[in-house]
Design a protein around this ligand. Structure first.
Ligand code: NAD
Length: 392
């Protein structure tokens, strides 16, 4: 029996969480679900994420989380970001795979990408200075007084500042995870993404450290000169298998990568990327394979993992039994694989694939015409997936 914390979230969260729980249970794997309410209503009432939520996840070390709404511009910061940072879930894994039967603009391409996004640093650190506040003016004065060679010349009272911290250890940790995952999953290439030509001390650091980790892993550099002078010293956790050049190391600037992914996604495999660019690329890649309805994800730390869809709480569809549960169900599949239940994970994925390919018992967003009256609800799509597993 596994113990898993289930966060039903808010908006459409409870509906897709229930659909996913039923599908995961139908694989036959015995899970004791500890349901913890952590939606926006609870947060607004308690004023923070209830302690019981963190306690449960820390004890179980595995969580399945439905989306939670984040109010824009005011109030508490995102619960999603808070949980990832609090639990040190530093790696965000987002596979983007073409499933037969899903309509996309790229139906000819066979996309099979995995984004490994750094989850704890970068502009998501939440270190922000609001315009008009004395501390912000003081910071601007300080920055202008030191010799960076640059000054902030906009108004002391009219400028806001967000800080972008990125560290050697944080970058090595995410790159180590990406290379290790690529090897264990027989992938062919890891591509590092940044904007190092503009932000030399953060994105430049990201490239430097990914190169060092790539070298330590014995990867083959696409541009061999990038390996010159790189010390292959970051031997992380004492486990650096030499891949003998079987794994390709690539680098792309974020703007160029956006275009490349739209034009030739088949050139890429595992993508290791800092937090903010990773957020944006995840939605872009979800779009390549048919949208947010089919994009799963996992947030992984050294001993705890939380599985969730890429999409949000879609509040306008709340309580309508309408949205697509596939993204969270595929996150449940990742959860099963993570706990070692590979056969159950594959069985669940096969059932999802079969239902999508048949195209009959699917939600409105998977129909050629979004107003197709034959579209089924969230719960009925889960029923169809369960029926496929039973029929195997
Ligand atoms: P969203 O992903 O909730 O919805 C955007 C649109 O995508 C929806 O209106 C809907 O048309 C479509 N969509 C999303 N999920 C779908 C599904 N399962 N099936 C069919 N269509 C689907 O994005 P948003 O509107 O920007 O965000 C709503 C709230 O969710 C915000 O408060 C945001 O901060 C939060 N959010 C939470 C998470 C999370 O919990 N991890 C992630 C993203 C956004």
């Amino acid at each position: 029996m596994y113990h898993v914390t289930l966060l039903p979230g808010d908006g459409v969260g409870p509906e897709i969480a229930e659909a996913t729980r039923r599908c995961v249970d139908a694989t036959g794997v015995k899970i004791d679900w500890d349901v913890q309410e952590c939606g926006i209503e609870v947060i607004e009432k308690v004023g923070k994420v209830p302690d019981s939520v963190l306690k449960s996840i820390r004890a179980n070390k595995i969580a399945l989380k439905a989306p939670i709404t984040t109010p824009i511009g005011k109030g508490f910061r995102s619960v999603n970001v808070f949980l990832r940072q609090e639990l040190q879930l530093y790696a965000c894994l987002r596979p983007c795979k073409t499933y037969k039967g899903v309509r996309t603009y790229f139906s000819d391409s066979n996309v099979n990408l995995v984004i490994v996004r750094e989850n704890t640093e970068d502009l998501y650190a939440g270190v922000e200075f609001e315009s008009g506040k004395p501390a912000t003016a003081d910071l601007i004065k300080y920055i202008n007084s030191i010799a960076t060679g640059r000054k902030i010349d906009t108004g002391l009272d009219t400028t806001g500042i967000s800080i972008k911290p990125m560290s050697v250890e944080g970058t090595r940790r995410i790159c180590d995870y990406a290379f290790d995952w690529a090897i264990k999953n027989n992938r062919k290439a890891v591509c590092s993404i940044s904007k190092a030509n503009i932000m030399k001390f953060t994105d430049g650091l990201f490239y430097n450290e990914t190169r060092a980790v790539a070298k330590a892993y014995g990867a083959r550099f696409e541009e061999t000169k990038l390996a010159d002078g790189v010390a292959a010293d970051p031997v992380l956790n004492g486990k650096v298998p030499n891949t003998e050049g079987n794994l390709l190391y690539q680098e792309r600037l974020i703007d160029n990568m956006c275009m490349q992914l739209v034009q030739k996604p088949e050139l890429y495999d595992v993508i290791v990327v800092p937090n903010l660019y990773g957020d944006i690329l995840s939605d872009l890649c979800a779009g390549l394979v048919g949208g947010l309805g089919v994009a799963p994800g996992a947030n992984i730390g050294s001993d705890t993992a939380m599985f969730e869809a890429v999409h949000g709480s879609a509040p306008k569809y709340k309580g309508q039994n309408k949205v697509n549960p596939t993204a969270l169900i595929l996150s449940g599949k990742m959860l099963l694989a993570h706990i070692g239940e590979k056969a159950a994970a594959e069985k669940l994925e096969r059932a999802v694939c079969a239902v999508i390919e048949e195209g009959k018992d699917v939600t409105y967003d998977m129909k050629a015409n979004r107003n197709d009256p034959t579209a089924v609800g969230t719960s009925q799509m889960a029923d169809a997936i369960i029926a496929k597993m039973r029929a195997e």
